[in-house]
Design a protein around this ligand. Structure first.
Ligand code: SF4
Length: 220
């Protein structure tokens, strides 16, 4: 039943892309993007259908150097695409505000990864991005995060669906980018462009979990 539900998002993705093929010109899509690896296959795939803009607003990432590093890798990748594949993908980056973001997550500090803290984290970033899409008259909005092995596409699509009620001018683009070998294609692009692969999701808590894992491994 759950597997069936998950397929629903992939079918909705394909259905929208099929509809777009009949449009006279490409509609605009603002996609929230968390890093170059996650964007690698998805951005190229979607650029065939949309005028694509990537929105990098990831105040969850700790520390700031890591935020900058992931952003720089994204810029490097998209510059390569725009020159090699003649795409015209744009990137927008927001001013980093990690301190205030962490304060928002703090009450859920004890939550495990994929729990309530992560739900809040997806919602905050997707809401900010969708607000931008609405204010700037984008036709569609989505997040790249359904490509991530660590993230549940059903949870993300439900967040998107709820946010769409707040921003009725923008259509939410349902997705499950893991389908159709999305992870394999992502790995191939990441290897081809030698992209930096982070070892933790992003926030202070996931960073500490990563340090603990590393410490335990070293002790073995
Ligand atoms: S683990 Fe990832 S999704 Fe969850 S709160 Fe931290 S940065 Fe956000």
């Amino acid at each position: 039943m759950r597997a069936q539900k998950k397929k629903k998002y992939y079918y909705l993705q394909l259905q929208t892309l099929q509809e777009i093929k009949g449009f006279e010109s490409k509609p605009s899509l603002l996609m929230h993007v968390c890093c170059g690896v996650c964007a690698s296959y998805v951005a190229l795939y979607l650029s065939e259908y949309f005028n694509l803009t990537l929105y990098y607003n990831n105040d969850n990432i700790y520390p700031e150097e890591e935020y900058n590093r992931r952003y720089q890798e994204l810029v490097r990748l998209i510059d390569e695409y725009n020159s090699s594949y003649k795409t015209d993908i744009r990137i927008i980056r927001t001013e980093y505000d990690g301190i205030n973001y962490q304060k928002r997550l703090e009450p859920l500090a004890e939550e495990p990864e994929k729990g309530k803290r992560c739900l809040l984290c997806y919602t905050l970033r997707m809401k900010q991005a969708m607000q931008y899409a609405s204010d700037n008259n984008f036709d569609y909005f989505t997040t790249v995060m359904t490509i991530s092995r660590q993230k549940d596409s059903e949870v993300l699509n439900k967040v998107g669906e709820r946010l769409a009620l707040l921003f009725p001018k923008v259509k939410y683009f349902y997705s499950d980018f893991k389908k159709d070998n999305g992870l394999l294609k992502t790995a191939q692009f990441s290897n081809k462009y030698d992209l930096y692969r982070q070892q933790y999701c992003g926030c202070y808590y996931s960073y500490n979990d990563y340090l603990l894992r590393k410490e335990r491994k070293n002790e073995q």
